[in-house]
Design a protein around this ligand. Structure first.
Ligand code: BGC
Length: 376
């Protein structure tokens, strides 16, 4: 953390401690002037519901937010749901029954949480959708995430630049993948990338030999990989390679929306005999997971979109402080994330591209990963 950030975090914690003290002594709500009319101070009892421990990023997300909150003397219940929707629902029910007044939920399936959130609302809980939007309910108060459309746009623009698509004649063979159909983020990732790439598919500069080429952004789920599973991405890539790349045909580019899919795609390419070098395809990713950073260093993956999840944790911590104090919650987007029932006030953070040359300067120097984690 930079010195300024550390100072801000500590200063914020101080303010927070004061507002907590006022709660404990039955003090009035600390509406700092700009607050929502009628907002009252809330007990800092937080239930955090994360989708799975199987992906590095969610472990980091959960642990970091938990420790920020515990340093500020909040009560925290952190649960992981093994990517199982029913488990996530019953964990949230238990958190509400156990007294959580603020819920931070990274939904496994963004479509099915309305009933459990209605139960939470009946107990006056405030709900923050974390990273992934929750759809079809009035009962989600805020959303904090990275700019999901921009994640895809960065992937698309990276490929456009690397392949000089604006001047290329092609045909360059592309295999596109999309994320889990139940994750609201996946359509934003795909739309961001496809808005850049589809014109080149339409003009024939890019060709998709497998035919897995959505005609519009709305068809993205047809190439979605359920649960963001590496093994499912691997078998899908195996099928495409064995059915559509025969003889001397090779794939030049794979649009992978995130790192867990990229891992499966890389494994598939390896078993089909592809080795890093001039003829190896460009593969995109997202998250800067350690295994993928190693793949970038080994020339097996071209880039990842890095979302510094520490900043997301800090932003959600800030939101929680504001809720606890009864202050107005800071958001920077009130237009993009319509969940079907309301436009959820959101705070969007900026993702950024990481290629091999950035591993040291962006990921290691900032402390996001250690050099030893990636064999440096
Ligand atoms: C997150 C990505 C992650 C994916 C799989 C998405 O909702 O935004 O960072 O790679 O889920 O867990």
């Amino acid at each position: 953390m930079s010195r300024t950030k550390k100072f801000l975090a500590l200063a914020a914690t101080g303010i927070f401690a004061l507002s907590l003290a006022s709660c404990a002594t039955g003090g009035e709500s600390t509406d700092g002037g700009g607050g929502d009319a009628g907002a009252t101070a809330t007990e800092c009892n937080v239930g955090i519901s994360m989708p799975t421990r199987s992906l590095e990023r969610w472990i980091n997300d959960g642990e970091q937010l938990k420790s920020l909150l515990e340093e500020a003397d909040c009560t925290v219940d952190l649960q992981y749901a093994d990517n199982k929707t029913d488990q996530q629902i019953s964990q949230i029910q238990n958190q509400v029954a156990g007294g959580s007044k603020i819920l931070v939920v990274a939904a496994i399936d963004g479509q099915v949480l309305a009933p459990v959130l209605a139960e939470a609302k009946a107990q006056d809980a405030t709900v923050i959708a974390y990273d992934r939007l929750i759809n079809g309910t009035e009962d989600v108060d805020y959303y904090a995430t990275f700019d999901n459309y921009k994640v895809g746009q960065l992937q698309g623009e990276f490929l456009e630049t690397e392949l000089d698509l604006a001047n290329a004649t092609g045909p360059i063979s592309l295999e596109p993948f999309a994320g889990s159909p139940d994750d609201n983020n996946a359509k934003f990732f795909f739309s961001g990338a496809w808005d850049v790439l589809l014109p080149y598919v339409e003009s024939g500069v890019l060709v998709v030999p497998s035919g897995q080429s959505p005609a519009s952004n709305d068809d993205w789920a047809s190439i979605g990989i359920q649960g963001w599973a590496s093994d499912k991405a691997q078998s899908e890539m195996d099928n495409r390679l064995s059915s559509f790349y025969t003889g001397s045909d090779t794939v030049d580019v794979v649009l992978s929306p995130n790192d867990s899919l990229a891992i499966g795609i890389i494994a598939s390419l390896k078993s089909a005999g592809y080795t890093p070098g001039a003829d190896y395809p460009l593969i995109t990713g997202q998250d800067a997971d350690k295994a993928n950073v190693q793949a970038i260093l080994a020339g097996e993956q071209a880039m990842t979109v890095w979302k510094d999840t520490r900043t997301l944790g800090e932003q959600v911590f800030t939101m929680i402080q504001e809720i606890v104090a009864g202050d107005e919650v800071t958001v920077n987007d009130t237009e993009t994330y319509d969940n079907g029932e309301k436009v959820v006030p959101s705070y969007l953070l900026d993702p950024e591209v990481v290629v091999e040359a950035d591993v040291q300067t962006k990921l290691i120097d900032s402390g996001f990963i250690q050099a030893s984690d990636v064999g440096l």
